[in-house]
Design a protein around this ligand. Structure first.
Ligand code: GLA
Length: 781
């Protein structure tokens, strides 16, 4: 039911708590589930009196009508926002639970500001619009070319509280049932442009996260251009924050970088048309003194896989604002009267237990409320991938021989990575993409026959595709040269000899759905590695009119998400793995469809320590695929031991990427042992709690721990980067065990108590550079 008008009109309906949440007397939350409340400033005063009698508590979202304050509560977190008498939405507080916040005692009310600065420039705002004296970066910016309006002034006109969490139409989004979460929508309006703005906030009962998104609707009479529509905006009181970002490059993805925030705007972003290798759609703010295990940390993660922007801006008065969403440089969306535009979702997570607490909350959120694949909770098959062994020079015999060897090692699935397709234009190198028909010269029995021969070894078969691309030398491009991303009169720049298909076009989406279905139907194919190996240039669409060209990138992402949704729903049993030249699109958007992603084309164990630790800062370890490969490593030329290569890969989703025929008998026996052990413990990597015991980026002896949620079992991975002499190696104090319980540690005869392991600690034994130890710990009583 949707109600408009003055509050007393619907007073008889108040007091129905949302389904799934307890209702006990206390602070009022009088909005029946699913209703919309519209009220004017004058009506608010009348409403106060009329609602006193019908106060109920509706957790986790409460509205105090008297103070006009919303309180959003998580497990150990509160978020407060207030509607001011003139309809502005003001941010009051985000952090550990405090009950009631007094706005008049907050820093912005105590700061001395001279007449040079408009008052709005220091007020903590919930979703800052543009042009009215707040010079900090805005969350929303629009342009009305007809009337010339650049400024907007959004005022609150109503709100709605609902159980559960609505899913977004056309975009990946988190999911929750009515008992797990509650959603607040604050409705705002800009009278001059006629734009309606909905701000959505979902809070989960059992965690300290807030999911936000925004939706704008043109209720006016002229087209409006959306230049910026952030997913999350948060203002922080003055302090000396540190910023954490995950930055890098191809084969050096997601390195942790910390920096002190000073005056100015730090923009962590991508303009590539993919989230990219360079920056991940994640940032965190650390309060002074916050560490891995202590202190307040605020993490932000965007559920999107295209060009994004995450700004952390400190203004002249040292107020800090975080704004995250679509990259405004890659957006200018024409919104005709009657149309709506939905932003992606962003996750905000509060941790009072340092960075580690933030990481564990993100892992649990993504595992339980983001990844949709039926494979999410199943043991992931250990794969042998052909790429590093054969490149594109692959054929039926090579693959089947590999399968025979791999079976003895305990491998469960063979991935035919590249080189299998193209009849008129066979894929022999890194060109000829787009014709997804098997090359019958290399594979005379087709995909069906290949799958049969692999299945006959007791193994599953997987295949590689790069569906979003087309090469100039392909039958597809000959037929549809206008299907690529490009600009009239400009020669498209080929990168890696390939162009990107314009997935914003419905006919391209349908073509891909059909083509990929044909491949998956061609034989018993149980896994698909979905690759994407170039970024966008000359970004435009031959399908769109001139004034909509800047919609190309976002339309592309919407098209891609549609294709992924259709295919993953059509083939629920196929295990999809994401990839983009290694880890160039490792983000929450992709995780909605792909339960695992190829972490990096760098498989060197030394490099992987950092890449995997940086990735696991945000993403669950089982989502990171990690392969043991040959040495010296093809990317960095380093030789690390077989043991360390296994240990690093076993702290993630283990696979192998080498020709097993080249392994010595000793190595085969060792690999067999490690694979058998991994099968016994992979549930810990998948479901256990992850802790970084010693920092990977700054310590010479990084260490990671996975603990079963019931505390019965744990795995500890300890590494040494550089060997040295006459240096004492610090003991490794474990975390999260039961002090009183006794544990059996692999390699140590005597049982040790939790108290011992957490206070005295384990002392790893190292010899060479890049050495490793792996401890398996089991609770005895
Ligand atoms: C990309 C991927 C690799 C491999 C090759 C095949 O580089 O990251 O793992 O699949 O493509 O061309």
């Amino acid at each position: 039911m949707r109600l408009t008008g003055l509050f007393p009109q619907f007073a008889p309906e108040i007091g129905k708590p949302a389904v799934g949440f307890s209702a006990t007397p206390g602070i009022e939350a009088n909005i029946p589930a699913g209703d919309t409340v519209h009220f004017s400033a004058a009506a608010r005063t009348r409403k106060r009196a009329s609602t006193q009698a019908a106060r109920v508590v509706q957790k986790p979202i409460r509205f105090d009508a008297e103070r006009q304050v919303f309180t959003l509560s998580g497990k150990n977190m509160e978020y407060h926002l207030q509607i001011t008498p003139d309809g502005e939405l003001r941010h009051l507080y985000w952090g550990k639970p405090v009950g009631e916040v007094q706005p008049e005692l907050l820093p912005f009310n105590a700061s001395r500001v001279n007449s040079w600065q408009p008052a709005l420039d220091i007020v903590p705002r919930e979703y800052p619009d543009f042009g009215r004296g707040d010079y900090r970066t805005p969350a929303v910016q629009v342009f009305a070319p007809g009337s010339g309006q650049l400024t907007s002034h959004f005022k609150v006109v109503g709100h709605r509280i609902r159980p559960g969490k609505p899913e977004l139409d056309g975009l990946p989004s988190l999911f929750a049932d009515r008992k797990q979460a509650q959603t607040l929508t604050v409705q705002l309006k800009d009278d001059v442009t006629g734009l309606d703005l909905d701000l959505n906030y979902t809070v989960f009962k059992d965690s300290d996260v807030i999911i936000r998104s925004s939706r704008i609707t043109n209720k006016g009479s002229e087209p409006i251009f959306i230049e910026k529509l952030a997913s999350f905006s948060a203002d922080f009181a003055p302090s000396d924050y540190r910023l954490l970002k995950l930055s890098g490059a191809s084969v050096r993805e997601r390195q942790e970088e910390f920096m002190d925030l000073k005056t100015g705007n730090i923009n962590v972003s991508s303009r590539l048309g993919a989230s990219g290798h360079e920056q991940n759609p994640f940032i965190a703010l650390l309060e002074p003194g916050a560490t891995e295990t202590h202190g307040n940390v605020y993490g932000f993660s965007l559920v999107y896989s295209g060009s994004f922007s995450a700004e952390a801006e400190q203004n002249r008065n040292r107020y800090t604002r975080v704004v995250m969403g679509l990259n405004p440089m890659s957006l200018n969306w024409k919104l005709n009267p009657g149309e709506s535009f939905q932003s992606p979702e962003a996750v905000g997570v509060f941790s009072g237990e340092g960075l580690g607490g933030m990481t564990r909350q993100l892992h649990s959120l993504f595992n339980n409320h983001l990844i949709r694949s039926t494979w999410k909770d199943k043991p992931r098959p250990i794969v042998m991938n052909t790429w590093e062994a054969f490149g594109p020079n692959i054929d039926h015999e090579k693959v089947v021989n590999m399968a025979k060897e791999a079976k003895d090692l305990g491998i469960e699935l063979i991935v035919v990575d590249d080189g299998w397709f193209g009849e008129k234009y066979p894929r022999t190198g890194v060109d000829a993409l787009g014709d997804w028909k098997v090359n019958t010269k290399k594979f005379p029995k087709g995909l069906k026959g290949l799958a049969e021969d692999i299945n006959a070894q007791g193994m599953m078969m997987g295949i590689w595709m790069e569906p979003e691309m087309v090469s100039p030398n392909s039958e597809l491009f000959e037929k549809h040269p206008d299907w690529i991303i490009g600009q009239p009169e400009r020669t498209p720049s080929p990168v890696k000899h390939q162009y990107i298909l314009d997935l914003g076009r419905p006919e391209v989406q349908d073509y891909l759905i059909d083509t990929i279905s044909e491949v998956l139907d061609a034989g018993n194919i149980q896994y698909l590695k979905w690759d994407m190996n170039r970024t966008m240039t000359e970004i435009g669409s031959f399908h769109l009119p001139g004034d909509q060209q800047k919609e190309t990138q976002h339309r592309y992402m919407l098209g891609l998400y549609r294709v992924l949704k259709v295919l993953t729903e059509k083939y629920p049993d196929v295990l999809f793995e994401g990839c983009a030249g290694g880890g160039g699109r490792f983000d929450p958007g992709m995780l909605q469809y792909f339960p695992q992603i190829w972490t990096s084309d760098n498989t060197d164990a030394g490099s992987r320590m950092n890449i995997q630790a940086g990735t696991a800062r945000v993403y669950p370890p089982m989502t990171m695929t990690a392969h043991v490969s040959d040495v010296p490593n093809g990317q960095v030329g380093r030789t690390t031991s077989f043991k360390t290569r296994f240990h690093v890969a076993m702290a993630a989703n283990l696979g192998l990427e080498m020709d097993p025929a080249h392994l010595s008998e000793d190595k085969k026996a060792f690999a067999k042992e490690q694979i058998a052990f991994y099968k016994q413990v992979r549930h810990l990597v998948q479901d256990g709690e992850y802790r970084q015991l010693r920092d990977t980026f700054t310590s010479n002896w990084p260490a990671w721990m996975f603990t079963a949620t019931d505390g019965s079992e744990a795995l500890v991975f300890a590494f040494q980067k550089m060997a040295d002499v006459n240096v004492g190696i610090p003991a490794l104090r474990l975390q999260g065990l039961d002090e009183k319980a006794r544990y059996q540690v692999s390699g140590i005869e005597k049982p040790l108590t939790g108290a011992y392991l957490m206070n005295v600690g384990l002392v790893p034994r190292f010899s060479d550079d890049f050495d490793s130890n792996l401890f398996h710990i089991r609770r005895m009583d």
